[in-house]
Design a protein around this ligand. Structure first.
Ligand SMILES: C#C[C@@H]1N[C@@H](C)[C@@H](O)[C@H]1O
Length: 438
């Protein structure tokens, strides 16, 4: 084991109540919104093929032209209560909102830069009404913050010269000032989701970032900080040089989901997912493979079955309205969650062998098991392998608890649960109440 000054400060999961609540969220919403939503992935009739929120990096739009989009930011259809109501309808228990993306435009009136909403035609703070609206819906707020800031003159991709070093020192203080400002202005925010921390310039700041993380935790006890914030003194990110997770949850699962429990190394984690293949900010062209409601429900179930949370991204339009396709998804996911959220909220990895029909979850603090079924076998028989000295007490559809399902013991620990109806046409949940074997 290496002696590290700026590695992880804890082995294993946090055991406090704030993190336990985070662990039980199951489903979250991500909001990517900023100046990039105005061009929406195209400029002068030409399509940008990358992710819409990265359009500034495209040579199809001059940087100065992009930067002057601040003078076009006037989201007349922005309605914080509507956004929060959409998340509530979907069944999201938390929301991660971009305070500042890579372009450096701040959705709050930061006093450390002029590149904020305060100097746009909109003038007003966006973050406060959003956080208040989500808080009112009982949806916890996590602040997304991009360290990389293309607007700040002190930003560097690497530090090669004395000038770089001096400029970056100023940038580091700016970053610290903004993070402490956010935590002070929005004290109900539960945590931080960091981005833009992969460049060498920041990776070299192990000591600074470690001290800043400690300072933020002191300012906001219980603050939840992701693994993407800092690197250790050897440049190791997410996991330090001893392979121990830095921060409180793993942030590596961006547009991908772990396949088996070993992949999460006993840590807390969340998966953040786009609806199109790779568009976080609003893109006018709703093109390529657009994930269906059933696909997104299966991703949610898979994440919870492996002990994580699933966070679905919304990219509101430049005028502040949420696009109809995303509203439809929220309504359809919410429909399913209304009936089945018992198998998602405050559930965890069940420790059972994965079966082809779908995913197991287990209610935290109870033996109750849930089988979230996506692939009904033609036999109508769902195979279950229980630990030794456990049998099936009773089993029933979550949606019809009075109707017990017929269970058949195959061998000591294997059972079939026989479905009455094999033509569900949409995912459903079977509840399994195990018994200790006599
Ligand atoms: C790369 C990258 C960024 N990380 C995702 C969460 C989006 O913010 C994307 O722009």
């Amino acid at each position: 084991k290496l002696q590290l000054k700026h590695g992880s400060h804890r082995v294993g999961k946090r055991t406090d109540a704030v993190m336990a609540k985070w662990r039980g969220y199951g489903l979250g919403q991500f909001i990517h919104w900023g100046l990039y939503a105005i061009p929406g992935g195209e400029w002068n009739g030409k399509q940008y093929n990358g992710a819409a929120e990265w359009i500034r990096s495209w040579n199809g739009i001059p940087k100065s032209t992009y930067d002057s989009l601040i003078y076009k930011f006037n989201p007349v259809n922005f309605n914080a209560e509507e956004w929060a109501a959409t998340a509530k309808q979907m069944g999201a228990k938390y929301v991660t909102i971009t305070t500042k993306h890579h372009d450096g435009f701040c959705l709050w009136p930061s006093k450390y830069t002029n590149y904020t909403v305060a100097n746009s035609p909109w003038k007003k703070d966006i973050m406060k009404p959003l956080i208040d609206a989500y808080d009112k819906q009982g949806i916890d707020v996590i602040l997304y913050f991009s360290v990389m800031d293309w607007n700040h003159p002190g930003w560097r991709y690497d530090i090669k010269t004395k000038e770089d070093s001096i400029a970056f020192e100023g940038f580091k203080q700016f970053t610290r000032n903004q993070l402490l400002e956010l935590l002070t202005l929005y004290p109900t925010a539960k945590g931080l989701w960091f981005d833009g921390t992969w460049d060498k310039s920041w990776v070299k700041q192990a000591a600074f970032a470690d001290e800043l993380e400690t300072e933020m935790r002191k300012l906001r006890p219980g603050l939840i900080i992701g693994s993407r914030f800092r690197a250790d003194e050897n440049g190791k990110r997410h996991f330090d040089s001893n392979g121990v997770l830095m921060g409180d949850y793993e942030q590596g699962w961006e547009r991908k989901i772990p396949n088996k429990i070993e992949d999460v190394h006993g840590n807390d984690w969340d998966c953040v997912m786009t609806v199109p293949e790779n568009q976080w900010g609003y893109n006018k062209a709703w093109k390529g493979h657009i994930k269906t409601t059933n696909e997104l429900l299966e991703m949610t179930a898979k994440c919870v079955s492996l002990g994580g949370n699933f966070v679905l991204n919304f990219g509101p339009q430049g005028d502040g309205a949420i696009r109809k396709e995303e509203k439809q998804l929220a309504a359809q996911i919410g429909d399913w969650m209304k009936t089945n959220n018992e198998a998602i909220y405050n559930c965890e990895y069940a420790g059972l062998e994965k079966q082809d029909w779908g995913y197991f979850t287990k209610k935290t603090g109870s033996d109750k098991l849930y089988m979230i079924v996506f692939n009904v076998p033609v036999s109508g028989a769902l195979k279950v392998k229980l630990p030794a000295n456990t049998s099936i007490g009773k089993s029933y559809l979550l949606a019809q608890p009075a109707q017990l399902l017929n269970t058949e013991e195959i061998s000591g620990t294997e059972y079939f649960i026989h479905l009455k109806n094999t033509a569900a046409g949409k995912p459903f949940v079977v509840v399994l109440e195990p018994n200790a074997k006599k």
